[in-house]
Design a protein around this ligand. Structure first.
Ligand SMILES: *[C@@H]1O[C@H](CO)[C@@H](O)[C@H](O)[C@H]1NC(C)=O
Ligand SMILES: *[C@@H]1O[C@H](CO)[C@@H](O)[C@H](O)[C@H]1NC(C)=O
Length: 547
């Protein structure tokens, strides 16, 4: 009898520990992210050179949904102190931001350093460090210097040397204080979307060839920068360096479409990460593109080949796997007749899988983004299986809407996706940290200022670009502080600004604005843990007495 009692007690107490509040592991880091072109403004200030995004928005304004641009954006070139203040309010460990290559090297080449640009990043880095916030710096977030684009950008192999020298300047100038680097953020937005579909700068439409040339040189640029860092800087500076890729989980529409999922995942992730973690492009991709190229009348594969020396440099060239994830797609194989109507040749035709999204999944402010938290868990599990459980940083995750500060959907999104990450961690995935996208609303590329991803709302009509904490900023700060997810927490924003079509009301959200209330939550959590621990001790004693 006593045995039964103590076993039952033990069960109850462990259950309440794990289910009541699942905590983020010791050492798990939280952060928020932005990128240079999306927030800085000051596009030609103090000697900054033109980037491909400056060039696109000025010469093709019709390509931006609302005809806005990043000339001013959030004006973080002047508002960086306020940015750091917000990061402090959130209580996060990490601020992930990118350097604008053409702010530091106006032409892209390294003979002439723009000291004013260096000073801007020094100020930001020093301000962060003053408050114990770790800078996580991305060298490249899509803003190739326009002068280098005129030489072919990443389709020209010479970019590899230019990127390495740019990286050298970044390591020399900032590496004494920056200890987490990423080389590239989201290769597809630099290579596939611009060259396949004219969907990003430089905005060309030449499918099937230039995408792979760009990918190839981007990977070599990454490898060269990492090689340089490891040989000349890491020994004294002691930081980490990696790359960030993005991609949506590819969910097979049915059990017999598993192959479509595997192929899609290789074309989204494997094409970049297989060379880094395993060696070379995935053989399946080499074979498919190689064979199709010959059939299509090319003399050799449209996918370039690495030399043995290049493969050696690539292998192991990431200290962590940076992953940006937002949504999920359903996938199935295209058929022999090319019913999907893919252009030939093209990346889509090479991959030959069709994707779409389930209408039942909740939608967001961006047409491509539907909410499916399980996809985050699935990608993290895939990475663990595919690459032998490398250390992973979720370097971006978040959701858009079209305005408003009482962003109930975003609060729920963060809770659900963070819970999916906790599920992955429970399974043994080595997830080291989580960076929410984004600190504040910003210039969302071709969508302009219309889609808002921020934890902070930005009033673009105000010359001061005033920022206000949304409900999600408060909720995220509570998660970071408590280190567990309170399912009932739905705080009020700093200032209630209704979203489009939202009826002004003060009753949709449970009032919970004071820090007092937050502290109560903390106490609840603490007492829950205490009760559980006491129960464990009591049941253990009963167990011992029983023996
Ligand atoms: C494609 O090419 C590879 C090597 O060149 C070959 O082994 C393979 O059988 C070919 N066919 C297909 C359908 O992949
Ligand atoms: C945004 O700024 C403009 C200009 O200062 C002001 O008129 C407007 O009321 C502000 N909107 C909000 C929601 O604060």
């Amino acid at each position: 009898m006593r045995t039964i009692v103590c076993v039952a007690l033990l069960c109850i107490s462990t259950l309440s520990l794990t289910h009541g509040q699942r905590r983020f592991p010791e050492g798990f880091k939280f952060g928020v992210g932005t990128s240079a072109y999306q927030i800085e403004g000051g596009w030609n200030e103090d000697g900054k050179g033109e980037s491909i995004w400056d060039h696109l928005v000025h010469n093709y304004p019709e390509k931006i949904a609302d005809r806005t641009n990043g000339d001013v954006a959030c004006d973080s070139y002047h508002n960086w102190r306020r940015d750091v203040e917000m990061i402090r309010e959130l209580g996060v460990d990490i601020y992930r931001f990118s350097l604008a290559w053409s702010r530091i090297l106006p032409t892209g080449i390294s003979n002439q350093v723009n000291e004013k640009g260096v000073e801007y990043y020094n100020n930001l880095i020093n301000e962060l460090l003053k408050y114990n916030i770790t800078p996580m710096v991305t060298l490249f977030h899509w803003d190739t210097p326009q002068r280098l684009q005129e030489m072919g950008g990443f389709t020209n192999r010479l970019i590899v040397g230019h990127f390495r020298e740019y990286a050298r300047i970044a390591f020399e100038r900032f590496g004494d204080r920056v200890k987490i680097w990423t080389t590239f953020n989201e290769p597809p937005q630099t290579c596939r979307l611009p060259y396949e579909y004219d969907a990003m700068a430089p905005g060309l439409d030449f499918p099937g060839s230039y995408t792979y040339l760009c990918t190839h040189h981007l990977l070599l640029s990454h490898a060269e920068a990492v090689d340089l860092y490891r040989k000349e800087f890491q020994p004294t500076q002691g930081g980490q360096i990696g790359i960030t890729v993005d991609g949506s989980w590819a969910e097979p529409v049915s059990e017999d479409q598993r192959e479509a999922s595997d192929i899609t995942m290789q074309f989204l992730f494997g094409i970049y990460m297989h060379p880094i973690y395993i060696g070379n492009y995935p053989q399946m991709i080499i074979d498919r593109i190689g064979n199709l190229s010959i059939q299509q009348g090319f003399k050799k594969s449209r996918l370039p080949a690495f030399t043995a020396e290049e493969l050696t440099k690539l292998k192991g060239s990431s200290d962590f796997f940076g992953y940006n994830g937002y949504t999920t797609n359903l996938v199935y194989m295209n058929d022999e007749a090319n019913t999907a109507n893919f252009r030939v040749p093209s990346f889509d035709h090479d991959r030959n899988t069709v994707d779409f999204q389930d209408d039942r999944w909740p939608s967001a402010g961006s047409p491509w983004l539907k909410v499916y938290p399980r996809g985050m868990y699935n990608v993290l599990s895939w990475i663990r299986r595919e690459y032998g459980n490398p250390p992973v940083w979720v370097t971006e995750n978040g959701v858009s809407d079209l305005g408003g500060t009482r962003d109930v959907a975003r609060v729920q999104y963060y809770k659900d996706y963070l819970n999916a990450i906790l599920d992955a961690i429970d399974d043994g995935c080595d997830v080291r940290g989580y960076v929410a996208w984004s600190l504040m609303d910003n210039f969302e590329w071709r969508a302009g200022l219309s889609e808002r991803f921020g934890l902070y709302y930005v009033n673009y009509s105000d010359p001061g670009l005033t920022r206000y904490a949304k409900s999600s900023a408060r909720a995220f700060a509570n998660i970071v502080r408590n280190r567990w997810i309170d399912p009932d927490d739905m705080p009020e924003p700093e200032l209630y600004i209704p979203g489009p079509g939202e009826t002004i009301t003060t009753t949709t959200v449970r009032a919970e604005t004071t820090t007092k209330q937050g502290d109560d939550d903390d106490d609840d959590a603490a007492s829950g843990v205490l009760v559980s621990k006491l129960l464990i001790i009591v049941s253990f004693m009963l167990f011992v007495l029983n023996m």
